[in-house]
Write a protein that binds this ligand. Structure first.
Ligand code: 48H
Length: 263
């Protein structure tokens, strides 16, 4: 066994995967629950999905459950998504369903990858490709380089659709709005900011607001609350799972209807 063969195998595989994803159907920014659910369903349909996660570990805010206690909840409407990803749950006397957050995080990651999504960690989306009033891809950099503030220029990935699944931070939409003279699909044309905790309307809001916020750019999951000025919900994840599923339904239809805008 030659050590250099280990290095060669890793580098070859990684750069092949990256090269293969430089042009893709859908880029999902953020590997939290909403992005992973969307990635799994879209990939299952044969759509080319590239998920970019800035942290070492995908899974977003699932791992921490509620205040670090490793269980969280969903409502019955979301059970089908748990079943589709083979995640176990038990019914609580309250009528809610409880799951182990470690099983959900690892199950969604495994499910999305096994269904065909290509997931890269340690890549931060720092900007967007825009032309002719449409988002056409993302500008990416190495997370460590950005953390250290090194002046390293980025690379790019082109996509038919880009999704901001970055959670509370809504980093992609924030960057689009800050750097460009654009009007978002919100009442003010800008991100409205997240509101305080009010679970029931928040759960409905996250699904209703899963939509295109600017041509070529969609929001799903918690970033919808920050963009459309909705409530947060605390550790109930049905809205996140259903938002990912709704995004899948919208994008698979758009791609199927031949939304063949050139990237
Ligand atoms: C690459 C990035 C970038 C970037 C961020 O926060 P998430 O878990 O996202 P959602 O919306 O799928 O789920 C939200 C849920 O976890 C949650 O926070 C809930 C339900 N909160 C309720 C409440 O009241 O607080 O994951 C987003 C992911 C993370 O892994 C980030 O590291 C990643 O996006 N990310 N990846 N480039 N620029 N910004």
């Amino acid at each position: 066994m030659k050590e250099i063969e280990i290095s060669r195998a890793i580098l070859k595989s990684h750069f092949n995967a990256l090269m293969d994803n430089l042009s893709t159907d859908v880029v999902i920014v953020g590997a939290g629950p909403s992005g992973l659910v969307a990635a799994g369903y879209l990939s299952e349909k044969g759509i080319k999905v590239t998920v970019l996660e800035k942290r070492l570990s995908p899974g977003g805010g699932v791992w921490g459950g509620g205040m670090g206690f490793k269980y969280a909840t969903v409502q019955k409407e979301a059970l089908k998504v748990l079943q589709d990803f083979n995640i176990s749950y038990v019914e609580d006397p309250s009528g809610l369903f409880v799951f182990d957050t470690i099983e959900l995080a690892s199950g969604l990651i495994f499910g999305a990858v096994k269904k065909g999504a290509q997931l890269f960690n340690l890549i931060t989306v720092e900007d967007l490709l825009i032309s002719e009033k449409r988002v056409r891809g993302v500008v990416i950099n190495n997370t460590f380089a950005l953390m250290e503030g090194f002046p390293i220029d980025p690379l790019t990935i082109e996509a038919k659709f880009v999704v901001d699944a970055t959670g509370h931070e809504h980093e992609v939409v924030k960057t689009l709005s800050r750097k460009n003279d654009v009007k978002l699909n919100t009442p003010t044309g800008k991100p409205l900011g997240e509101r305080s905790l009010f679970a029931e309307p928040a759960e409905k809001g996250v699904v209703n607001n899963t939509k295109e916020v600017y041509p070529g750019l969609f929001v799903c999951g918690m970033s919808t609350a920050a963009v459309f000025g909705y409530y947060r919900m605390g550790p109930i994840f049905g809205g996140m799972l259903l938002s990912g599923k709704k995004l899948f339904e919208i994008l698979s239809k758009r791609l199927q209807d031949g939304d063949k805008e050139k990237t």
